[in-house]
Design a protein around this ligand. Structure first.
Ligand SMILES: [Zn+2]
Length: 183
């Protein structure tokens, strides 16, 4: 992963295009995430602030133009915790229009899914998302178990039970989002 957001837009795009070319020549797929939104310790920023950081139609054209394979738009999804489902405010219309605009060239990817419900996932999938990045949705049972049992049970048991807990949640989510049996 390369973060080039600290460059001016023109330089960011030029460097992205160069890197995409290097990767493509080696059979490596690339993904861009214009408008990445970080969730702070205090949870989600206010809605007005979020609006200003979302991926714009102009950015979609610019980044798709660099030759990327995957596009992860920011439409209210936040990296980190939302601190409650009531704090998740997604601009579904924006997601749908970004997908419509770019679907002939890229796959639409969903980031920032901590605390998402199956209903929220379904709405994103309906609007064109074909890949979903997950973190805590599949790790929260593992994290809790390891935190509570490290040093108390044998390491082999910790690892086996821990990975079992991840598998449980992965299977649940795969059923929920309709990806089971399709790999
Ligand atoms: Zn991301």
């Amino acid at each position: 992963m390369v973060d080039m957001s600290h460059y001016e837009k023109e330089e960011n795009l030029a460097r992205t295009e160069e890197l995409v070319g290097v990767c493509r020549a080696r059979g490596i797929a690339t993904e861009a995430e214009p408008g990445r939104i970080e969730g702070g310790e205090d949870g989600v920023k206010d809605t007005a602030e979020l609006q200003g950081m979302m991926t714009t139609p102009e950015e979609v054209d610019e980044f798709v133009g660099t030759g990327i394979d995957f596009l992860a738009p920011a439409f209210g999804n936040v990296h980190g915790d939302y601190h409650g489902v009531e704090n998740i405010h997604l601009d579904y219309d924006r997601l749908a229009s970004i997908h419509e605009k770019s679907k002939s060239k890229v796959q639409t990817v969903l980031h920032g899914t901590n605390e998402f419900t199956p209903e929220i996932m379904a709405k994103c999938i309906e609007r064109g998302v074909t890949r979903i990045n997950v973190n805590k949705l599949v790790l929260h049972k593992y994290n809790k178990y390891v935190a509570e049992n490290t040093g108390k049970v044998p390491l082999t048991e910790l690892m086996e039970k821990g990975t079992g807990l991840i598998q449980e949640l992965v299977e649940e989510w795969m059923d929920s989002i309709g990806s089971s049996g399709k790999a």
